[in-house]
Design a protein around this ligand. Sequence first.
Ligand code: ATP
Length: 511
Amino acid sequence: MQNTMTQEELFKKLVAHCKEYGFIFPSSEIYDGLGAVYDYGQNGVELKNNIKRYWWDSMVRLHENIVGLDSAIFMHPRTWEASGHVGAFNDPLIDNKDSKKRYRADVLIEEWLAKQDEKIEKEVEKARKRFGETFDEAKYRETSPRVAETAARRDEMHKRFVEAQNSGDLGELRQIIVDCEIVCPISGTRNWTEVRQFNLMFSTQMGSTAEGANTIYLRPETAQGIFVNFENVQRSTRMRVPFGIGQIGKSFRNEITPGNFTFRLREFEQMELEFFCKPGTDLEWFAYWKDFCKNWLLSLGMNEEHLHLRDHSPEELCFYSKATTDFEYDFAFGRGELWGIADRTDYDLSQHAKESGKPLDYTDPVTGERYVPYVVEPSLGADRVVLAFLTDAYDEEVVDKEKNDVRVVLRLHPALAPYKCAVLPLQKGLADKADEIYAKMRKKFSATYDLTGSIGKRYRRQDEIGTPYCVTVDFQTVEDGTVTVRDRDTMEQIRVSVDEAIAYIEGKIEL
Ligand code: ATP
């Protein structure tokens, strides 16, 4: 039986659980933490490494035309001129003069737009209840003056918002906030400053002295390291287009409105693939990667109901992008972007060719055709996908209602679980036999060992960190070499030999 909890409760419990069970800790917590920076504890690092490993295996190892890269975090400052990050990687900021709180102007407007949608849906629901079976939803949406008025105002503001964003008109963004009568949630007033741009890149100085030192940036994405190495990789591998380069690494953004736990961090990790293809074949590859990425998430157990693929409308697309789809996930605090897939055309390579003066075009060795490849980019945040899998996995199961017995269980896919199995000797006298089995299992997959407390308590401890199998060593093990394997989700047990247990668990973690 499932325990019912609100999304807010789930979020609070998940954050507390992550700390309590060694998944995620606030950074430098003994100094009260650092805003939007987190550390992964003993279980979190295993979970994150498993996700990164599966990403690498499915993208790089299993695609014969994809190779990996590990480029440096520091890059020549002109990289960021070429990529547009110096000029355009900005968030529009607005302050409320009374509360002195700072907000992202675009987020305030987006929230207002979402509220209008909610208002409309509420009206429709009310009418549905009022009219019962005779309710004609389409007609109601068209004819209800209240719905029509809200929708018209929403659409007008949305249009102005998209235009203001595309033209970078900060005055208009402020005007929209004023016209929508948006108030500061803290002070409740509309006393707003002008909107200003704030660059999200962290900068530092390179060199030992301040004089003459160069300002360099901590990369805000890993992708540019791939673009500037396009020619090095192509030449040294002699791969023909289409081919891809994948990279996993840290990125840094001085986010203005960080938060929601590890959703929006200032230091985070990205898993990015740049897939280079011939112009004209890009939309086919875009469709391929969209499909591939969706299946990747589902194969690791993501609940499909929580995943939404949102195609960007033509107005929303970046000027250089032919198609973009955001994979959004229903986090416990609300829906947010998890994975961005974009057809970036030849924008990045052309920009670097222009800025560096070095041509980055490609000549096909067979056909002799010469062109700047187009690129399709699936870009996934490692921290966000960890949070998504944890959100899906967290469960409170009522084992015995009368005794108020509830077990917390992380229903992580066995391939992702920090430990695949826990070896539990039933009594201290069986420790030697259990040690032997534990050593054997650890050679095959990550395993843990627990000797203390009742067997029931030990099972629960493993449920709480998501260990899918518990192998119990008892007196019969000494006699005939068999163990029991207890399944985390069903709590059922089977009795098999140690080798069979190993083979069984290996079968479950294979993707
Ligand atoms: P958002 O709109 O949420 O700021 P974005 O569109 O700027 O995200 P991209 O630049 O497309 O994000 O980055 C690709 C991926 O990197 C995102 O889909 C997300 O998973 C991850 N990511 C981006 N910014 C952050 C962050 N501050 N913290 C954690 N992950 C991030």
